[in-house]
Design a protein around this ligand. Structure first.
Ligand SMILES: [Zn+2]
Length: 62
């Protein structure tokens, strides 16, 4: 398993947070709570051999 730390702004609290993304999976789509405000975030990303190629985060419904 190979992980890359990715920094982004939380769409709930606007704090900069980071998450470890598994770049061995080419496409991921899941919900994870913000480590600062604990609101759910809908994470979507794509990864290739050079790392994260596309990343999107939206507020998820609790
Ligand atoms: Zn937050």
């Amino acid at each position: 398993m190979f992980e890359e730390e990715y920094f982004f702004t939380c769409p709930h609290c606007w704090e900069e947070i980071s998450m470890l993304l598994d770049v061995t999976i080419p496409r991921q789509n899941y919900v994870e709570d913000c480590e600062v405000c604990c609101n759910p975030l809908h994470i979507f990303y794509r990864a290739d051999e050079e790392g994260i190629s596309e990343f999107d985060v939206r507020p998820a419904q609790a």
